[in-house]
Design a protein around this ligand. Structure first.
Ligand SMILES: *Cc1c(COP(=O)(O)O)cnc(C)c1O
Length: 399
């Protein structure tokens, strides 16, 4: 069980049933968390937010004071983020960039391009010559490095260290980086190297990955201004109170940069910044036993909060009891200790959390699902079954 912040709790309990489900974000809590993260990082480490984790404009704005910029991964994100937080530095990453996306990014004045392949590099050089004549466009080739044995073992998603569509093999990246350094592409400036190799790593494993990236990049012997070691900091859905060890990570990064005073390190987390500030709140519609187990069906489901279905976990939640019952028909209640919380979709995959300790759970009680601030609404298949969309509430009490 994990409890919503007081502001979120009050909002959930004050909403009429017809306004559930709802996403409720605590922007004060987000600001506090982002300030803690920023405070744990050494000065020479820049913090970009990977917008794809949650691109709601209120979220992007609340993060503003604590981040150095935003990483965007498509033309759509680029246009959206440039509108939401005008004037802030943007880095464009992501595989399969189209010529139109690159042109839009050049016109938008994107600060940095994370280049995924040699083909993309040549395309960018030619487009830069045409769209931004006289300007040198900063690029960071993305490299898919092998990493120390075992350091990706805890990872939930590996983008590197194995065959993937992301970045360049080190043996291909090295000559490309040298060409850039020697001025083969006069339109492009080699700013540094980018690597985002895995997600779901704890601080020690993240540091091991960062160390491999920095040592590979600095070992090339070409002048580099920046090394971007990516995002992917672990969020523990099984234990929402336990957060990534930013203090240990910050100290480790400080040690890593010490021998390289010329180098700026950059990280670009998404999930570990915004997961904690969001709640998906709903109410129980029905409760019933089925073949020895008990199920509660809630308003909404995985078409709004797909995270537990994609990651195969139980979304942490807490029950907010509601004592009033306005209907003339009897109110169903759970008879056993544990209840599986399912949504309204006609598929057995629509489960938000299994065997939740919720003795006595009744129709009309409310449930707040935690850690719904990242890869939640924006990765969900909203239109499946055509249920109404949730409400959105951005609470700013602590701000
Ligand atoms: C998705 C992504 C991130 C952020 O990953 P999180 O797991 O949300 O921290 C950072 N960099 C790149 C290139 C990404 O694709």
């Amino acid at each position: 069980m994990t409890h919503p912040t007081p502001a979120v709790h009050d909002r959930i309990q004050s909403l009429p049933s017809a306004e559930l489900p709802a996403y409720v974000y605590d922007l004060g809590a987000l600001r506090d968390h982002a300030a803690t993260v920023r405070g744990a990082l050494p000065e020479r480490v820049e913090l970009y937010y990977a917008a794809k984790a949650n691109p709601e404009p209120e979220i992007l704005t609340a993060l503003g004071p604590c981040v150095d910029g935003y990483e965007v991964s498509s033309g759509g994100e680029l246009a959206h983020v440039a509108r939401a937080v005008p004037g802030r530095p943007l880095a464009l990453g992501g595989p399969g960039k189209t010529p139109d996306e690159l042109i839009a990014a050049l016109e938008e004045g994107v600060e940095r391009f994370h280049v995924e392949s040699e083909y993309e590099l040549r395309m960018l050089a030619e487009l830069a010559r045409r769209v931004a004549p006289g300007r040198r466009v900063a690029v960071l080739p993305r490299v898919n490095l092998p990493v120390a044995d075992g350091s990706l073992a805890g990872s939930s998603l590996a983008m590197g260290g194995r065959p993937t569509p992301f970045g360049m093999d080190p043996a291909r990246a090295e000559p490309v980086i040298r060409q850039l350094a020697y001025g083969t592409y006069p339109q492009l400036e080699l700013r540094g190297v980018h690597a985002h190799l895995a997600s779901g790593l704890e601080a020690a494993d993240q540091l091991a990955v960062a160390e491999s990236v920095v040592s590979w990049a600095t070992g090339l012997g070409v002048p580099l201004g920046e090394v971007n070691v990516g995002g992917g900091m672990h969020v523990d859905y099984g234990d929402p109170e336990r957060r990534f060890d930013w203090a240990a990570y910050g100290n480790g990064l400080a040690r890593l940069t010490e021998p390289h005073p010329e180098l700026t390190l950059r990280i670009e987390p998404g999930r570990a910044l915004t997961a904690y500030c969001g709640w998906y709140a709903t109410e129980v519609l029905d409760v019933k036993p089925s073949h020895g187990e008990e199920f509660a069906v809630v308003r909404g489901g995985t078409h709004h909060l797909r995270t537990p279905a994609t990651k195969g976990h139980d979304q942490p939640c807490s029950v907010l009891p509601v004592d009033t019952w306005a209907h003339p028909w009897p109110r169903p209640a759970a008879e056993s200790e544990r209840v599986t919380l399912a949504g309204q979709l006609c598929t057995p995959k629509d489960v938000l959390a299994r065997a939740v300790p919720a003795a006595g759970l009744r129709a009309g009680d409310r449930v707040a699902f935690a850690l719904a601030g990242a890869y939640a609404w924006n990765i969900s298949h909203h239109d499946f079954l055509m249920h109404p969309r949730p409400g959105f509430h951005f609470l700013d009490s602590a701000g």
